[in-house]
Design a protein around this ligand. Structure first.
Ligand SMILES: NC(=O)c1ccc[n+]([C@@H]2O[C@H](COP(=O)([O-])OP(=O)(O)OC[C@H]3O[C@@H](n4cnc5c(N)ncnc54)[C@H](OP(=O)(O)O)[C@@H]3O)[C@@H](O)[C@H]2O)c1
Length: 324
């Protein structure tokens, strides 16, 4: 990934912080599994790192590595230029913002707060407005990585917020994701939306794998035997995405590979095999219902990407084609 999804990475200065990047003092609020990994990555890069956690004791290992434990979030913020929050959810973030507000005006002014806590787009935008009112900068981010990947080329962290704030601290933020630090634009809600989109993809792929494993398991085939074929098929499907994305963006779905009608015949086999083996038919029924609605809308001769129209509005409660 590049630093800027809009392809303007070349416009991003490589080192804008007033001090050399490693000299930028950072604070990490929230030392759960992820917060500790974030703080450790800053420490490894040589940043003066102040840490705080609601429940004392979690800073011990980090302190051994040179982190400075703070007695309160206010103290941690006061010690840093860039403040990273990583707590359970946005309700906890709002609680922390309340506490920082109560500390008096000016605490966040001139600092940039980076919230890497998972939440919704609306909540991220509301938090951004709150912080802006204090004179502070705010970037919302989402982490698409597990804690051990933080600081490695596998980590991906997406950010939304003012270009100036991102550009100023991009060299510091790259400590967390050296090859996967991406600015999605000024909308603070976009990272959370991307997170939801990726989660929809992840759970759909996993549900497909689990259904397949259940189907084959009913016939005595181990999941381990299925896994290589499943992985290979996942890569094959991944190769279709760019072409289907072009069709979705163009709003035209020519069946260059297989028509939806062809898929539907195979969907019926899936439902039949599942029922015959006593395996749940929920997933096959859901897949078939979407395709049935597209068929009823006259899209049987179009590509699978035409199904995007079925995702664009609320699900029908019932009705013609809905249960097909
Ligand atoms: N772990 C992952 O693989 C992963 C991957 C991507 C994104 N994330 C996101 O990263 C965030 C943190 O995840 P995690 O794995 O670090 O969770 P975690 O291990 O359960 O840690 C949660 C942290 O939030 C703190 N916290 C909870 N409620 C709080 C409150 N009201 N006020 C202050 N602090 C509070 C906890 O403090 P206490 O110690 O006092 O309970 C703890 O430090 C979540 O939003 C998660 O979705 C995690």
């Amino acid at each position: 990934m590049t630093d800027d999804q809009n392809g303007s990475a070349k416009n991003i200065p490589t080192a804008v912080p007033a001090a050399a990047p490693a000299a930028v003092p950072v604070a990490v609020l929230g030392l759960g599994l992820m917060g500790r990994a974030l703080a450790a990555a800053f420490l490894r890069a040589g940043h003066p790192t102040t840490v705080w956690n609601r429940t004392p004791g979690k800073a011990a290992g980090l302190a051994d590595g040179g982190a400075r434990p703070a007695a309160s979030p206010e103290e941690a913020v006061a010690a840093a230029e860039l403040v990273v929050l990583c707590v359970s959810d946005h309700a906890a973030v709002r609680g922390l913002l309340d506490r920082l507000d109560a500390a008096g005006p000016g605490l966040l002014a001139g600092r940039v707060l980076v919230d890497l806590t998972s939440g919704t787009a609306a909540s991220a935008r509301a938090n951004a407005e709150r912080v802006a009112a204090t004179g502070g900068g705010y970037l919302d981010g989402v982490i698409l990585a597990v804690p051990p990947a933080i600081g490695t080329p596998e980590a991906v962290v997406l950010y939304g917020g003012a270009h100036a704030d991102f550009e100023r601290y991009a060299p510091v933020l790259r400590r967390l994701a050296p090859d996967g630090t991406t600015h999605l634009g000024e909308d603070h809600g976009l990272p959370a939306l991307h997170d939801s989109a990726v989660l929809a993809l992840m759970w759909s792929v996993l549900n497909g794998f689990l259904h397949g494993a259940a189907l084959l398991g009913a016939a005595g085939v181990d999941a381990k035997a299925f896994a290589p074929l499943a992985a290979r098929s996942t890569v094959t499907v991944a190769d279709w995405l760019a072409g289907y994305a072009d069709q979705i963006d163009a709003g035209a779905y020519p069946a260059e590979d297989a028509a939806l009608g062809t898929h539907i015949a195979a969907m019926d086999h899936l439902a039949e095999e599942s029922a015959a083996l006593g395996v749940s038919t929920e997933l096959p029924a859901f897949i078939r219902a979407l395709a049935g609605r597209a068929l009823a809308a006259g899209r049987g001769g179009e590509s699978y990407a035409a199904l995007v129209e079925q995702f664009r509005g609320p699900a029908p409660s019932a009705g013609p084609g809905g249960g097909e």
